[in-house]
Design a protein around this ligand. Structure first.
Ligand code: SME
Length: 278
């Protein structure tokens, strides 16, 4: 069975292709699906649990993964998911046991991916870490890095690179939390950080082992996200996070971290100017 993020990526890609070719029948089938799962006499979560059970009894792993993901998004408690899967296996018979095993493994995986990621609480915590820190901008950014690293298990190294405004096309290491890195100065274009700076857009690398333009900080790192930080219309730095987990940065993490980067932007702008002697 595919991992949940792999499945979602493949599903989204294929759905785009389906829509390129779809005739009226296929388009109606797709929109019927959306209508069927709206709140009605049964609420959406109950409908997803029913669909989950039917999918397991019919032994469709993709359908099981999809409805498990929906249950997680709707915060359906584990007990309900397990009871639905139990009934489905009872009706489906012992031939569904391999699917049941994969379904419970996938649920565990989905839960561990979202565990502890209450992004509203984390965003409030990130802002307060910056504002409560004593000292100047470097101390505030340090407090933010410490907070993020301590609050989210999968964030193994959290740091800022600052644009060297003297040399323009260079990044210098700013405050960070985690193991020291040899990459204290990175040119635009070099590594994931350099690419994000050169292109001015977020880079998510789900598997660093297949990224050719990657500067390794530790053999333990499996995935990375780099978010450019803009202030007053100019690029002033980047927020860089490494994880020991493969594919650690789903869209929910990306959105959260892009919001954090916006909150930190004035401080990063000041830090970049100070580091550049401006
Ligand atoms: N991996 C980064 C270098 C910075 S370290 O992760 C701290 C890159 O490829 O640019």
């Amino acid at each position: 069975m595919k991992s949940y993020p792999e499945f979602i990526r493949e599903r989204d890609d294929l759905n785009r292709t389906v829509m390129d070719y779809a005739d009226t029948v296929i388009k109606r089938l797709y929109s019927l699906d959306a209508v069927a799962f709206r709140d009605g006499e049964l609420d959406t979560a109950t409908k997803d649990l029913i669909a989950l059970a039917v999918s397991l009894a019919l032994r469709c792993d993709d359908c099981v993964l999809y409805h498990l993901g929906r249950c997680a998004e709707l915060s359906v408690p584990t007990g309900r998911v397990i009871e639905a899967l139990g009934i489905a296996s009872l009706i489906g018979g012992s031939i569904t046991i391999p699917h049941l095993r994969r379904a419970i493994g996938a649920w565990h995986d989905i839960l561990s991916r979202i565990a502890g990621n209450d992004f509203e609480r984390l965003e409030a915590g990130a802002i307060s870490a910056m504002t409560m820190a004593e000292g100047g901008v470097f101390e505030s950014l340090q407090a933010l890095c410490d907070f993020l690293k301590a609050s989210v298990d999968r964030y193994g190294w959290v740091g800022f690179y600052l644009v060297d405004q003297g040399r323009q096309r260079d990044l210098v290491l700013g405050p960070y939390a985690g193991e020291p890195t040899e990459h204290t100065r990175i040119s635009f274009g070099q590594g994931v950080c350099g690419m994000a700076a050169a292109e001015g857009k977020t880079f998510v690398v789900p598997d660093v082992s297949v990224e050719s333009n990657y500067l390794s900080c530790s053999p333990l790192v499996s995935s990375e996200i780099v978010i450019p930080v803009w202030h007053g219309g100019i690029l002033v730095g980047e927020l860089d996070i490494d994880s020991h987990m493969k594919d650690a940065f789903c869209n929910r993490h990306r959105t959260f971290l892009e919001r954090v980067a916006i909150h930190a932007a004035p401080l990063v702008g000041e830090a970049s100017a100070a580091r550049s002697g401006k």
